[in-house]
Write a protein that binds this ligand. Structure first.
Ligand code: ADP
Ligand code: MG
Length: 454
């Protein structure tokens, strides 16, 4: 039998056994790519179809195909070129980013709960709390025990690989565990978009709306990707309102604060700003050590302190990268029957370690700014609103954030015990100002040069 004919037979089988909507949504654009070594390769139009078919239809397709070719052992799905409609919903990724995503465990769909779409491997227990994420973590715990009533929405933002997905999925898992009757749903904003597109295509908007509006807790990951997509934002806005009005909890993550998402509609920005906004910044050294150690215990692997410290020192800005490095070491350890030297580790990680920036310290920044504006360091910490003090103080906060990636609460602590909201305000003010004020931008650049060269 011809490949195409074979697939038509399988599709006929599927069509008989599923709803029209399911069939159209997930089997449209699928084909048999090839059959090699008794493995059937099926090409699918996008990653959403791939995920869905793998999870829900693997067995069914296998059974059906064996009616024609009993020798088939397994099936695999591969994503074929992207066509028309899908172009809009699949983000273009740079090759290096693609690699990072592929290696990323959040794309490991094994064990993902069919109802909630949550991966049970993300737990609060495994989430190490440090100064960089304590605010976000505290907000999450509070939301768990006061669903829909304290912080709604909860908006968590931070850079790549800093634990946003982990934290919000852990929140979902915990709520689902504690309240068996509550409807929890986790979705990436890309998946939200693709489901919306599919619903429009098959004219099942009612079902789509119902699916989202019945949630007691809706978690949307990486909301920045809906920016610029009008229809998706429109639909999300209505979903948001419907849930919010009924005191249902909404949790959102993003790589930047609402204000900074440039093509996000103002009405959505103001909705997001109406709740609690918490950031996650770079983990400090102790947190990184703790994450490594926890992971080693889990994997039952021993490494010398020298090696552990080396990894913690060299991966400061992305926990996912740090875990990737650790995995490389762990694999090598297993290959070498548990023997690995510090030199081996250096070699293994050679290509993944960035050239470290010059060691800049908090003290360094404070001193330089104080000297530049000719004020006494002690004056900086006084509770005064004198402009000649306020400005350098705000620049220090801004630089501590920008150069060292410190969290807002920890900057507050370093600047004479100020509240994190003061710090957020200062950092935003300076970062807004440098865009329009050339002389301020110059001053700050000069200060940076002095810091780098000191
Ligand atoms: P993001 O969504 O911010 O890009 P992830 O949540 O995917 O980041 O985190 C990347 C990896 O780092 C995951 O494997 C996650 O489990 C791990 N990780 C991040 N933060 C922590 C933490 N505080 N404690 C333990 N593991 C963490
Ligand atoms: Mg994420």
């Amino acid at each position: 039998m011809e490949k195409d004919e074979l697939w038509q037979n399988v599709l006929a089988d599927v069509e008989l056994n599923t709803s029209r909507a399911t069939f159209n949504t997930w089997f449209g654009g699928t084909n048999i790519q090839s059959i090699e070594d008794n493995i059937l390769l099926i090409s699918v139009p996008n990653s959403f179809a791939k995920e869905w078919l793998e999870n829900k239809f693997n067995k069914f397709i296998l059974k059906s195909i064996r009616n024609f070719l009993p020798e088939i052992k397994d099936i695999k799905f591969i994503i074929s070129q992207i066509k028309n409609a899908d172009l809009k919903i699949v983000r273009k990724k740079k090759p290096e980013e693609r690699e990072e995503l592929d290696a990323d465990s959040q794309f490991d769909f094994t064990g993902v709960d069919q109802n909630t779409n949550l991966n049970p491997k993300y737990t609060l227990n495994d989430f190490i709390v440090g100064s960089a994420n304590e605010l976000a973590h505290a907000a999450v715990t509070s939301v768990i025990s006061n669903l829909g009533t304290v912080y709604n929405p909860l908006f968590i933002y931070g850079g790549v690989g800093l634990g946003k997905t982990h934290l919000i999925q852990a929140l979902g898992n915990e709520v689902a565990r504690l309240n068996k009757n509550k409807i929890v749903k986790y979705v990436s904003s890309e998946k939200f978009t693709s489901e919306l597109v599919a619903a429009i295509q098959v004219k099942e908007m009612g079902k789509f709306k119902e699916e989202y509006r019945k949630c007691d807790l809706l978690i949307i990951d990486d909301i920045q990707f809906i920016a610029g997509r009008e229809k998706t934002q429109e639909e999300f806005f209505h979903t948001f309102n419907a849930l919010y009005e009924r005191n249902k909890q909404i949790v959102i993550s993003s790589d930047k604060p609402p204000k900074a998402i440039s093509t996000l509609e103002d009405r959505l920005k103001s909705r997001f700003e109406g709740g609690m906004i918490a950031d996650i910044s770079y983990p400090d050294y102790e947190t990184r050590l703790a994450i490594i150690k926890t992971k080693l215990v889990k994997k039952k692997v021993n490494l010398s302190n020298e090696i552990i410290e080396y990894v913690a020192q060299n991966f400061q800005k992305n926990i996912r990268e740090m875990e990737g490095a650790l995995n490389k070491i762990i694999i090598q350890t297993k290959i070498n029957q548990n023997i690995i030297t510090f030199d081996d580790v250096k070699k293994i990680l050679q290509s993944s370690i960035h050239i470290p920036k010059k060691n800049i310290s908090v003290k360094n920044i404070i001193q330089t700014v104080a000297q530049y504006y000719s004020i006494n360091e002690k004056q900086l910490f006084l509770k005064t609103r004198k402009q000649e003090i306020v400005k350098p103080r705000q620049i220090i906060m801004y630089l501590l954030r920008d150069e060292l990636g410190l969290s807002y609460p920890s900057i507050g602590g370093k600047i004479g015990g100020r509240d994190h909201t003061t710090i957020i305000h200062a950092c935003e003010k300076i970062s807004d100002k440098v865009k329009n004020n050339v002389s301020l931008a110059d001053e700050i650049n000069t200060i940076r040069q002095i810091i780098y060269n000191s």
